[in-house]
Each structure stands twice: as C-alpha cells, then as structure tokens.
Design a protein around this ligand. Structure first.
Ligand code: FAD
Length: 283
C-alpha cells in the first residue's frame, strides 16, 4: 500500500521508526522487534538506512518483514556512496520485496567520496522517474543545521516537492508551537503535501543531549527538568517520556495535525504505550 493514501485519509495515522542492528550483529533481534511492534498495528513502519553503520541489506530484510505482517513499510534510502547503478539495484530489491514507499534522504555518514547524488532532491528525481514508489522526505521545523536560515531551509524543502516528494516527515520536535508555526511557513511557501510530525519519547537522558546537539533540536526547559529529574531511573523516565509524547500527540490531533511518526528507538514498549493510550483518541 502507498503511504500517501493513509496520510490523506481523515483518520489519524500513527507510525513508528525502526533502525537495523549495527553491521555484523543479529538481524534476528530486529525481526523480533518487528513481530512485537506489529501486534499494536502502527499504520506504517519506517526502517532507517545506513545510519550508525547499518547495512542496506538489513534495511530491505526488515522492511520486507514489516510488509509480510500486512503493515506498509517505508524504507529509507540515502545518497551516501550512491551511484546510479547502486540505486537501480536497490529499487529493484525494494520492488522484489514488496516495498512501495521510500523515504529519500541525503544522509550524514562520512563517504568514500562518491557524490553522484548531492542532495535528497536529486535522489527523489531518480526515484520519481521510475513511477513505482510513493516518495517521502525529511523536513526540519527548527531548520536543518546546514541550511543557513529558516527561509533557505524552506526553499530547499520546496526543491524536494518539485522533485517528486509526496509527503514530509519532520525531524523530532518537542514543542508543538514550533510545529504549528512551521506548518504556517510551509503553507505560506506553497508546500501543501501531508506533513508527519516526528515525536520522540525521551527514554535516555544522556543520549538525548547528543541527539539534540547533532540535530539542532531544542529540548524545552520544562521537558529538560523532567528528563533530569528521572535521568537515573530508566523505568520512571520511560513513563515520563511516553506521557510527555502523549500530551504532544493529543494536542496535535486536537489541532488537526493527525499524522504522527513515533521515534521508538527500537523499544516496542514505547509504541505500545503510545498506541494503547490513543485507542479512543486516534480511532
Ligand atoms: P538534503 O535535502 O540534501 O539537505 C541537506 C542540506 O542541504 C540542508 O541544509 C538543505 O537545506 C541543503 N540543501 C538541500 N538541497 C539543496 C540544494 N539543491 N542546494 C543547496 N543546498 C541544499 N540519515 C541516515 O543516514 N539514514 C536514515 O535512515 C535517516 N533517516 C532520517 C529520517 C528523518 C525523518 C530525518 C529528519 C532525518 C533522517 N536522517 C537519516 C538524517 C538525514 O540524512 C540528515 O538530516 C541529513 O543531514 C539531511 O538529509 P536531507 O535528506 O534532509 O538532505
């Protein structure tokens, strides 16, 4: 199924993200996580690519397993070390595995110097030319760290849409006012594709500081206080992180922002906690 159909439907769409295990480690564990998450029936599951040194083959294997559970998979694909031939082979692999949705990205990893695709929009053009896939892209409510300005960031996001990107998934954001403001800016600039809000329940205090630093995402002071208070109590932080994310999600849905992507950090209990508490709200 093409994810764009779910995003355009009037009902809320609650999805989640998985990342493959590091190269060389067990795929079996990742497939077990897919089994566990499938039980709570997210509307789709995205599977990251290359991030943190994971291999492309694992992305395909996991996305294929997601599809076999009857859940649409969104396979990520990056420009890192990508050549025309490699992308053709990867897309063929996607087709053969029943994968119809691709999140096309530039990626961040250090490369061997191959730069056939400089930006996500270049990759999107290539994928769009096949006519086979529903294409999504990343967007940045607080601006991409390299964009230079928020206006430039939007200008570059527009290039993705012009290249065939049909929907956007936001970088994680902990402040709904930033998301609402961003939506106005997108619309003012003629970008009216569905936007999926990326929500991350914070469950690891040390990790979140690093993630915020790298991505340029701000942790609001009141959330920082919660994270610091429960930093040494993982179970309490898990509860607090899920509760904060639920507050954000309910507010978003109430205000018409109905497509939500949960960054689950491969912890099934996170998406379970979110979905169970939305059973009446997101039906
Ligand atoms: P681009 O759109 O190429 O943008 C990169 C920078 O270049 C931006 O500053 C942009 O403003 C600028 N730019 C864009 N187009 C142009 C242009 N034509 N001329 C000049 N400047 C331009 N990384 C992974 O490695 N694997 C993943 O699976 C992965 N999944 C992600 C999922 C989401 C939802 C998000 C938000 C990010 C993900 N990332 C992943 C990280 C992502 O690769 C980085 O954020 C990366 O720095 C930018 O990717 P992009 O696709 O937005 O790139």
């Amino acid at each position: 199924m093409k994810i764009i159909e779910l995003l355009k439907d009037e009902k809320p769409c609650i999805s989640c993200e998985l990342f493959p295990p590091k190269a060389g480690s067990e795929l079996q564990n990742a497939l077990k996580i897919v089994d566990e998450i499938s039980v709570v029936k997210p509307h789709f599951m995205s599977v990251t690519y290359g991030a943190g040194g994971t291999s492309a083959g694992q992305t395909v294997a996991i996305a294929k397993a997601v599809e076999e559970h009857g859940i649409p998979a969104l396979a990520h694909l990056t420009c890192i070390d990508a050549t025309e031939e490699k992308i053709d082979a990867m897309l063929q692999n996607f087709r053969a595995s029943g994968i119809q949705n691709v999140l096309a990205l530039r990626g961040d990893a250090v490369t061997s110097g191959v730069k056939e695709f400089a930006h996500a929009s270049d990759l999107m053009k290539k994928i769009a030319a096949t006519g086979d896939f529903c294409i999504g892209g990343a967007c940045y409510p607080e601006g991409h760290p390299e964009a230079g300005s928020l206006d430039k960031d939007i200008e570059n996001t527009k290039k993705k849409i012009d290249a065939g990107c049909q929907f956007l998934v936001t970088q994680m954001c902990f402040d709904n006012n930033i998301l609402y403001n961003y939506m106005y800016r997108l619309l003012r600039n003629g970008i009216d594709v569905p936007v999926v809000a990326g929500i991350m329940p914070v469950t690891n205090a040390r990790q979140i500081n690093r993630i915020c630093e790298l991505s340029g995402t701000k942790l609001p002071p009141h959330y920082r206080a919660i994270v610091e208070r429960f930093a040494d109590d993982p179970q309490a932080l898990m509860q607090a992180g899920i509760a904060y994310a639920l507050g954000q999600i309910i507010d978003l849905i109430a205000n018409g922002f109905k497509n939500i992507h949960v960054y689950t950090m491969n912890k099934p209990e996170i998406i379970r906690g979110i979905k169970n508490n939305l059973s009446e709200i997101a039906k």
